[in-house]
Design a protein around this ligand. Structure first.
Ligand SMILES: [Zn+2]
Length: 360
């Protein structure tokens, strides 16, 4: 195997053989199958440093000590494309030459890829290619007795970081709706640009020529459903990870997302009942909006006092989110957004709201 980069203190190393990229660390050995041969084409060491940080920073605090980044910015934007509703909406707001890259779990798991594959076949017919990067890097958490998953939020885009030279990327887009940006845990308003997420990741990625792009950062999951419908993909896309299209009808996403596309859901299903009973309510603002729309306050009788909280802005866009986009892509996203989603008034009750003030 060819060593691409190794830590001076021997805590981690990146190696390549053919199209297979291997990362070795105390947490284990994990792989990616890339669309190119890293030993021949090379991967800028800065990208490997940031990938290391995305994978290991919860457990190692000084990974980037003594490192000075130098990678020049690329030209295109790449989307961490999950194939679900939110990332499909993000795609619809980005330029046509956006590189769509899918992280495919390469280990045995209950999560289903079939919903995404159906969308990818449909997009292919329309001339849009989705690149899949198989990897098992989510198993690194097992070493720390955590369930499989992304070590950090940016680990969900580590496949784009690793392919950024190959695809000439100058930005990485995430399908992250307002529920995860301006709303802390989906219920308490915050200034997102002052959040730990923003401060931790934006300067770091930018230092290696990758701007973070959040096309749907100022809109809700109700608006992402609308965008997907307007793109003609309402009958193609699925956010359910439990079953193939059209979804299991029994999970939280089938409840609050798929029902908006006219698909049935069993509201008595265990997961849906469990999350409806949680306080603070899970996905709170969106679900309260859903309950108001469907007049189903019987589902959360103790929250009936929230009936008067005006959530009409939930189907509008929060214009200051455009300021978080890099200059080179802002106008495109803004124009695409303004064609479909109305602007939120400055005095919307959503702005500054705190639905569960007693929550920590
Ligand atoms: Zn489901």
């Amino acid at each position: 195997m060819f060593v691409l980069l190794a830590d001076d203190r021997q805590r981690w190393s990146w190696q390549a053989k053919g199209k297979r990229l291997t990362f070795t660390c105390k947490e284990g050995t994990v792989h990616w199958r890339l669309p190119f041969r890293p030993a021949a084409a090379g991967i800028h060491p800065d990208l490997l440093m940031v990938a290391t940080q995305a994978l290991l920073s919860p457990w190692h605090k000084d990974l980037l000590e003594g490192w000075t980044p130098s990678r020049p910015r690329g030209e295109k934007v790449g989307l961490a494309f999950s194939g679900g509703i939110d990332s499909t909406a993000a795609m619809s707001l980005l330029p046509e030459d956006t590189v769509l890259v899918y992280h495919r779990r390469s280990f045995k798991s209950n999560l289903q890829h079939r919903g995404a594959d159906r969308l990818f076949r449909h997009l292919k017919k329309a001339g849009r290619r989705v690149h899949s990067v198989p990897s098992n890097h989510e198993i690194l958490r097992q070493h720390h007795r955590l369930p499989n998953g992304f070590s950090t939020d940016v680990a969900s885009a580590v496949h784009l970081i690793l392919t950024a030279d190959h695809f000439d990327l100058g930005g990485i887009a995430f399908g992250m709706p307002i529920d995860n940006t301006y709303l802390w845990h989906g219920h308490r308003w915050r200034e997102f640009s002052e959040s730990g997420w923003w401060r931790r990741w934006v300067p770091l990625l930018s230092s290696v020529g990758l701007d973070i792009v959040l096309p749907i950062g100022g809109i809700s999951q109700a608006s992402t459903v609308q965008l997907v419908q307007e793109a003609g993909l309402g009958d193609v896309v699925s956010s359910c990870l439990r079953a193939s299209f059209p979804g299991c009808g029994r999970c939280w996403k089938c409840f609050h997302k798929h029902t908006l596309l006219g698909r049935p859901a069993d509201l008595n299903a265990r997961e849906i009942q469990t999350f409806l009973a949680k306080r603070p309510l899970k996905t709170a603002t969106h679900v309260l909006w859903w309950i108001g729309q469907h007049d189903r306050w019987d589902l959360v009788p103790d929250l009936a006092h929230m009936k008067n909280h005006d959530l009409s802005a939930w189907t509008m866009h929060y214009a200051p989110a455009f300021d978080l986009l890099p200059d080179w892509i802002r106008d495109h996203v803004k124009q695409a957004m303004e064609r479909s989603i109305p602007r939120m008034p400055d005095d919307a009750a959503l702005i500054g709201q705190d639905l569960f003030p007693d929550a920590p």
